[in-house]
Design a protein around this ligand. Structure first.
Ligand code: UT7
Length: 347
């Protein structure tokens, strides 16, 4: 869907002068690596089993980027598809936000690399670090930029190559993660459509339970820390699990109540894909029938900021999302952070 932005059209879709226009997703795309790493492959690497992984996490396989590839490659591919579907040209993008914890480099921002690759020469660019909640955080930021009238079109990308920061000797984490990216073009939409609200939060007292401990400003890398895999993901799985089960339902219910809605209004839940048991508990708590929750964890594992936009893209491609539907996205992750968002689907 394209909305041309002559002043006349902007007036038609909302009042820019009084900062009141709506913002919504007008195109979505995703990209994952070709290489598949199956549970059988992992059985050869660590002391685990296909049965344990499937029962405890719901994951059968995940994708893995090839040597030499980087997060920006998948972010760019996903964004190109989203822009094409939205009918928005590179020149029209005002801002690119890449939610990621595995940027191409420590700096500059991966968003700047993506900006160059896409030829979005009129776009500002920054990365957003909120772990697996990052894409929903970025969506909320884009919503603010557009409803305020500051920008018209924002690319919101969630992209991570978690296999690059996986400790392949740690069986409790290495079976969980995968690589991939999803992107959305967010733009001005008609009143009553698009983004309705967000519930974002953080409990920094849990920052140590999911992190890459070394390689930052507190403990720069040394040969010793590299040998001890401190440059890779450390996770206290049980703690994250307990947090996730509690927060996904809470954040969704709180937001729906604020918007004067109930769980009955949800047409499709797109949750962060971290563990099938966490997703099932959210579905149960919200009292949703299973078909109202999109699940693809079995194919991709946890791609961090990528999971929600990849799942959203697949749900759309499979015809499971239609104009006017109420879509709820909800995620949690390193920080510990959480984010839920409610939107009326635009196309
Ligand atoms: O995006 C956010 C990022 N992370 C998450 O969302 C992850 C949240 N946490 C989880 O998904 C779960 O905590 C895990 C799937 C990681 C683990 O499940 P759990 O129910 O918390 O199990 P556990 O860690 O308590 O481990 C149970 C048993 C242990 O053995 P013992 O001590 O009972 O003998 C583990 O050593 O399972 C063992 N185990 C494994 N066994 C086979 C742990 N990993 C594996 C494995 N294969 N890969």
């Amino acid at each position: 869907m394209t909305i041309s932005l002559s002043l006349f059209d902007i007036d038609e879709i909302g009042c820019v002068m009084c900062n009141q226009r709506n913002a919504g997703i007008i195109g979505v795309g995703s990209a994952v690596p070709e290489k598949v790493l199956s549970n059988a492959d992992l059985e050869k690497m660590v002391d685990t089993s296909d049965e344990w992984i499937r029962t405890m996490t719901g994951i059968s396989e995940r994708r893995m980027a090839a040597d030499g590839e980087a997060t920006s490659d998948y972010a760019t591919k996903a964004a190109k598809i989203a822009m094409e579907r939205a009918g928005v040209k590179p020149d029209s993008i005002n801002l690119i936000i890449v939610a990621t914890v595995t940027g191409d480099m420590q700096y500059p921002a991966t968003a700047s690399i993506v900006q160059n690759a896409l030829g979005c020469k009129n776009a500002a660019a920054f990365d957003l670090g909120a772990g697996c909640s990052g894409w929903v955080y970025a969506l909320a930021a884009a919503n603010g930029f557009i409803t305020s009238g500051m920008y018209d079109y924002v690319l919101v990308i969630g992209a991570d190559l978690l296999t690059r920061v996986t400790n392949w000797t740690d069986r409790s984490t290495c079976c969980l993660f995968g690589d991939g990216a999803g992107a959305a073009v967010v733009g001005p939409v008609a009143e009553g459509e698009g983004m309705l609200g967000f519930d974002l939060g953080s409990d920094g007292s849990g920052s140590h339970v999911l992190c890459i401990p070394d390689g930052g400003s507190r403990r720069p890398l040394t040969h010793e820390t590299l040998d001890a895999h401190k440059d890779k993901t450390h996770m206290e799985g049980r703690e994250v699990f307990k947090f996730a089960v509690k927060i996904q339902g809470e954040a969704t219910e709180r937001l729906l109540t604020r918007l004067g809605m109930t769980t009955q209004d949800i047409d499709m839940l797109i949750p962060h894909q971290a563990n099938i048991r966490i997703i099932d508990s959210a579905v149960q708590r919200l009292g949703l029938p299973k078909e109202k929750c999109y699940i693809n964890i079995q194919r991709y594992g946890n791609t961090s900021a990528g999971t929600i936009p990849i799942a959203l893209d697949e749900a759309i491609q499979e015809g499971k999302v239609k104009k006017g539907d109420t879509i709820v996205t909800v995620g949690f992750g390193a920080g510990l952070t959480w984010a839920s968002g409610v939107m009326k689907w635009v196309y």
